[in-house]
Design a binder for this molecule. Structure first.
Ligand SMILES: Cc1cc2nc3c(=O)[nH]c(=O)nc-3n(C[C@H](O)[C@H](O)[C@H](O)COP(=O)(O)OP(=O)(O)OC[C@H]3O[C@@H](n4cnc5c(N)ncnc54)[C@H](O)[C@@H]3O)c2cc1C
Length: 462
């Protein structure tokens, strides 16, 4: 569903064109999340998937708070019933080198390198937290590596060029391995060349739940943290230069700082972001399908192909011969011309995207998937795209909208362009450190791995 990702990178070029030519010419702010979203495997397939569903939804809202975090995914690490992190594809795969040459030409070598360092930092931090706390089996963490298939000569040429430029720039390429067509055919029965890189998959909603519970347990000694699910924020207004009111249908909260962790929905509360240069909602679609053969033949790695338009991995099994359930997302190329950009409704699926997803695996892995089998579950989710594929990580939204004092102590980390798992947690860390420095009257020190351009509004695109 998006760019700057291994699985999304190929779509960036097209997305940029579509973002420039919006359906109406003047995009409108995103609506609030739908009340009847499609049912996702991560949320609805297991009774223990979402223990915090409904938490705090009946409790009175506090009348005031120091900081209000709006949003319930990896960035906010909070939860409403239908967190979008609970609707995604489950890949926790840092980009290895894809788009390196383009980034180096657009920005500079240091900035290009930092794009990958942020992802490596975020992924290794999440994996460290999972392992140190013994959550690996609770969140189904699988370290299976990720294989990108290169369907065309052009793709293969670009990938090799990116790799060579990255190596010359001394980017850390540990774990990257080129695979010939013959090797992939022999090992996996797929007739394309590709490359493998380190990568994981997880049950995203279970991980976010653990992170929230962990934060709450540790916050107790320093602060009081409360979660109010099913409480959409309808507006943010300005009381004084230092106080805001967060308005919901169940009441209002007065607070001195606001963090927008609403990703594809950011423009609902920040309408100036409803622009091709802002954050555009985009709909992604995912389904589960059963393989026709066992994991002994499918293996456990995660995959992407078709320029990143398709991404998939098998769920863990208890026996090698068990036919695994595959989670596969993508297919937006079938929804021409918009490819689901500017779509903010995940209460339905797109039939043509569904058709592309159903046909993909049987056509690529001959004999391993039944072309007539119907998905066990199929759902959509909304994510936030930006023109460059880079997220916005900003304190002080005043810089984006100088007319309004309203935005002075509002922060945002959003716009991961469909590649949030290895980026959102790291970007949220940046915002948290900024706020901490401000509150304790210290200077904020920029982490070495943070690309400078994430902090700015005016970003170049070729
Ligand atoms: C179908 C699909 C597949 C994807 N697959 C992958 C993948 O495999 N790997 C990967 O890295 N990334 C993937 N992504 C992207 C990834 O899910 C996101 O980048 C990531 O979830 C971003 O986390 P977040 O916390 O910023 O936002 P989200 O997880 O989108 O959470 C935003 C939260 O804000 C809440 N919200 C919005 N507006 C309001 C409001 N006004 N008031 C209160 N709450 C509000 C929403 O309910 C939601 O809980 C996929 C996305 C989709 C949609």
């Amino acid at each position: 569903m998006p760019p700057v990702h291994p699985q999304i990178l190929g779509k960036l070029e097209h997305s940029q064109k579509v973002l420039e030519t919006t359906p109406s010419g003047h995009p409108t702010p995103a609506k609030l999340p739908s009340r009847n979203p499609t049912r996702s495997f991560w949320i609805d397939s297991s009774p223990d998937a979402n223990p915090l569903a409904g938490q705090g939804s009946q409790d009175p809202l506090p009348s005031e708070a120091d900081i209000c975090i709006i949003g319930a995914g990896f960035t906010g690490c909070r939860r409403r019933k239908r967190t979008f992190t609970g609707r995604n594809g489950g890949h926790l795969t840092p980009a290895a080198f894809t788009r390196f040459a383009q980034r180096q030409a657009l920005f500079d070598t240091v900035e290009a390198i930092k794009s990958y360092e942020l992802e490596q930092h975020t992924t290794s931090l999440l994996v460290k937290i999972i392992e140190e706390n013994g959550w690996a089996s609770d969140v189904d963490l699988v370290e299976g590596g990720h294989i990108s298939l290169l369907f065309t000569e052009k793709e293969a040429k670009n990938a090799h060029n990116d790799f060579d430029m990255a190596r010359q720039a001394q980017l850390n390429l540990d774990g990257v391995e080129w695979l010939s067509k013959e090797e992939l055919e022999k090992e996996y029965g797929v007739p394309y060349p590709g490359f493998r890189r380190p990568g994981y998959n997880v049950w995203p909603l279970k991980l976010v739940t653990k992170l929230y519970q962990h934060a709450q347990a540790h916050a107790r000694q320093y602060a009081s943290l409360s979660l109010h699910t099913r409480t959409p924020v309808t507006a943010v207004t300005h009381e004084t230069t230092s106080t805001y009111t967060v308005v919901t249908n169940w009441g209002s909260i007065s607070c001195s700082r606001i963090v927008h962790a609403t990703n594809g929905y950011a423009s609902h509360l920040l309408p100036f972001l409803a622009s091709p240069d802002g954050i555009i909602p985009a709909r992604g679609q995912v389904m589960t399908t059963r393989a026709s053969v066992g994991t002994d033949q499918i293996k456990i790695s995660s995959w992407s192909g078709n320029k990143g338009f398709a991404y998939w991995f098998p769920r863990p099994v208890t026996r090698d011969t068990e036919k695994p359930l595959i989670i596969i997302g993508g297919g937006q190329e079938a929804a021409a011309p918009s490819r689901e950009l500017y779509v903010d409704d995940d209460s339905e699926t797109h039939p043509l995207v569904g058709k592309a997803l159903r046909e993909f695996l049987p056509s690529v892995f001959e004999g391993k998937y039944d072309p007539h089998s119907e998905p066990e579950m199929e759902w959509t989710g909304i994510t936030g795209y930006t023109k460059t594929g880079d997220p916005f990580v900003r304190p002080n939204l005043l810089a984006a909208n100088p007319d309004r004092d309203l935005y002075k102590k509002q922060y945002i980390a959003a716009g991961y362009t469909g590649h949030g798992m290895p980026r959102a947690f790291g970007c949220a860390e940046v915002i948290a450190q900024m706020i901490l420095a401000e509150i304790s009257d210290k200077e904020w020190k920029e982490p070495d791995w943070l690309p400078q351009r994430y902090l700015t509004w005016n970003r170049r695109v070729e």
